[in-house]
Design a protein around this ligand. Structure first.
Ligand SMILES: [Zn+2]
Length: 138
Protein backbone atom coordinates (compact mmCIF):
# COMPACT_ATOMS: atom_id res chain seq x y z
CA UNK A 1 0.00 0.00 0.00
CA UNK A 2 1.35 3.34 -0.97
CA UNK A 3 1.37 5.64 2.02
CA UNK A 4 1.86 9.33 1.42
CA UNK A 5 2.76 12.40 3.42
CA UNK A 6 1.86 16.04 2.88
CA UNK A 7 4.22 18.10 0.71
CA UNK A 8 4.20 21.66 -0.57
CA UNK A 9 3.05 22.13 -4.18
CA UNK A 10 5.79 23.62 -6.36
CA UNK A 11 3.89 26.81 -7.21
CA UNK A 12 5.77 29.65 -8.85
CA UNK A 13 5.08 33.31 -9.28
CA UNK A 14 4.23 33.04 -12.98
CA UNK A 15 0.52 32.87 -13.70
CA UNK A 16 0.59 30.79 -16.88
CA UNK A 17 2.68 28.04 -15.29
CA UNK A 18 0.47 27.73 -12.24
CA UNK A 19 -2.64 27.57 -14.45
CA UNK A 20 -1.22 25.23 -17.09
CA UNK A 21 -3.66 22.28 -17.39
CA UNK A 22 -0.75 20.02 -18.36
CA UNK A 23 0.97 20.55 -15.00
CA UNK A 24 -0.28 18.94 -11.79
CA UNK A 25 1.22 20.08 -8.50
CA UNK A 26 0.94 17.31 -5.92
CA UNK A 27 0.12 18.06 -2.28
CA UNK A 28 0.91 14.51 -1.10
CA UNK A 29 3.62 12.06 -2.05
CA UNK A 30 5.65 9.14 -0.85
CA UNK A 31 8.50 10.77 1.08
CA UNK A 32 11.50 9.09 -0.58
CA UNK A 33 12.97 9.00 -4.07
CA UNK A 34 15.87 7.27 -5.78
CA UNK A 35 16.86 9.02 -8.98
CA UNK A 36 17.64 6.86 -12.00
CA UNK A 37 21.42 7.27 -11.82
CA UNK A 38 21.83 8.23 -8.18
CA UNK A 39 22.96 6.28 -5.15
CA UNK A 40 21.32 8.18 -2.31
CA UNK A 41 17.70 8.17 -1.25
CA UNK A 42 16.41 11.74 -1.20
CA UNK A 43 13.47 13.37 0.59
CA UNK A 44 10.73 14.72 -1.68
CA UNK A 45 10.10 18.46 -1.37
CA UNK A 46 7.91 18.98 -4.45
CA UNK A 47 6.29 16.53 -6.85
CA UNK A 48 4.86 17.58 -10.19
CA UNK A 49 3.25 15.61 -12.99
CA UNK A 50 3.66 17.09 -16.45
CA UNK A 51 1.46 15.99 -19.32
CA UNK A 52 2.56 16.95 -22.80
CA UNK A 53 0.46 14.94 -25.22
CA UNK A 54 1.81 16.91 -28.17
CA UNK A 55 5.42 16.03 -27.41
CA UNK A 56 6.01 12.43 -28.53
CA UNK A 57 9.04 11.93 -26.30
CA UNK A 58 7.53 13.63 -23.27
CA UNK A 59 4.24 12.05 -22.44
CA UNK A 60 3.14 12.14 -18.82
CA UNK A 61 6.08 12.15 -16.47
CA UNK A 62 6.71 12.92 -12.83
CA UNK A 63 9.37 15.26 -11.56
CA UNK A 64 10.63 15.46 -8.00
CA UNK A 65 12.53 18.24 -6.26
CA UNK A 66 14.48 17.19 -3.19
CA UNK A 67 15.19 19.07 0.03
CA UNK A 68 18.93 19.07 -0.75
CA UNK A 69 18.33 21.15 -3.88
CA UNK A 70 18.65 18.41 -6.49
CA UNK A 71 15.84 17.22 -8.72
CA UNK A 72 15.06 14.40 -11.12
CA UNK A 73 12.55 13.30 -13.74
CA UNK A 74 10.66 10.00 -13.74
CA UNK A 75 11.92 8.83 -10.35
CA UNK A 76 10.67 5.92 -8.30
CA UNK A 77 8.82 7.01 -5.17
CA UNK A 78 9.01 4.97 -1.95
CA UNK A 79 7.44 5.07 1.48
CA UNK A 80 10.18 2.95 3.02
CA UNK A 81 13.90 3.22 2.29
CA UNK A 82 15.06 0.23 0.21
CA UNK A 83 17.48 -2.03 2.10
CA UNK A 84 21.13 -1.09 1.83
CA UNK A 85 20.46 2.47 0.69
CA UNK A 86 21.66 5.58 2.48
CA UNK A 87 19.47 8.62 3.04
CA UNK A 88 20.85 11.95 1.77
CA UNK A 89 22.35 13.73 4.78
CA UNK A 90 21.84 17.16 3.15
CA UNK A 91 18.10 16.47 2.71
CA UNK A 92 17.78 15.54 6.40
CA UNK A 93 19.75 18.63 7.49
CA UNK A 94 17.64 20.93 5.29
CA UNK A 95 14.42 19.43 6.72
CA UNK A 96 15.67 19.86 10.29
CA UNK A 97 16.57 23.49 9.54
CA UNK A 98 13.14 24.11 7.97
CA UNK A 99 11.45 22.55 11.02
CA UNK A 100 13.41 24.81 13.37
CA UNK A 101 12.86 27.97 11.31
CA UNK A 102 9.17 27.62 10.47
CA UNK A 103 7.98 25.48 13.33
CA UNK A 104 6.73 22.86 10.89
CA UNK A 105 7.09 19.31 12.16
CA UNK A 106 8.91 17.50 9.37
CA UNK A 107 9.58 13.98 10.58
CA UNK A 108 13.08 12.57 10.35
CA UNK A 109 13.47 9.73 7.86
CA UNK A 110 14.12 7.24 10.68
CA UNK A 111 10.90 8.33 12.43
CA UNK A 112 8.89 7.89 9.22
CA UNK A 113 10.08 4.34 8.54
CA UNK A 114 10.38 3.33 12.20
CA UNK A 115 13.86 1.85 12.09
CA UNK A 116 17.50 2.90 12.05
CA UNK A 117 18.84 4.41 8.82
CA UNK A 118 22.29 5.33 7.54
CA UNK A 119 22.85 8.85 6.27
CA UNK A 120 25.20 9.41 3.37
CA UNK A 121 26.70 12.07 1.13
CA UNK A 122 28.34 12.21 -2.29
CA UNK A 123 31.94 13.45 -2.34
CA UNK A 124 33.59 14.86 -5.47
CA UNK A 125 37.00 13.41 -6.33
CA UNK A 126 39.58 15.24 -8.43
CA UNK A 127 40.37 13.04 -11.45
CA UNK A 128 42.52 15.36 -13.53
CA UNK A 129 43.54 18.86 -14.35
CA UNK A 130 42.71 21.13 -17.30
CA UNK A 131 45.11 23.76 -18.51
CA UNK A 132 44.08 26.67 -20.69
CA UNK A 133 44.66 25.84 -24.38
CA UNK A 134 45.21 29.41 -25.55
CA UNK A 135 48.20 31.37 -24.40
CA UNK A 136 47.26 34.44 -22.43
CA UNK A 137 48.48 37.69 -24.01
CA UNK A 138 50.95 39.58 -21.93
ZN1 LIG B 1 19.06 14.93 -1.06
Amino acid sequence: MARKIKIEPNKRSCWWRNNDPGVKFHTTSEPFVISQLGQLVHRVKHRTTITREWLASHHTHDTAHFWCGNATGNPEFFYDVPAGRMVCARCEAALALESARRGVDHKRAADLVGHKLNLGAMVPIKVGEQKPTRKAKA
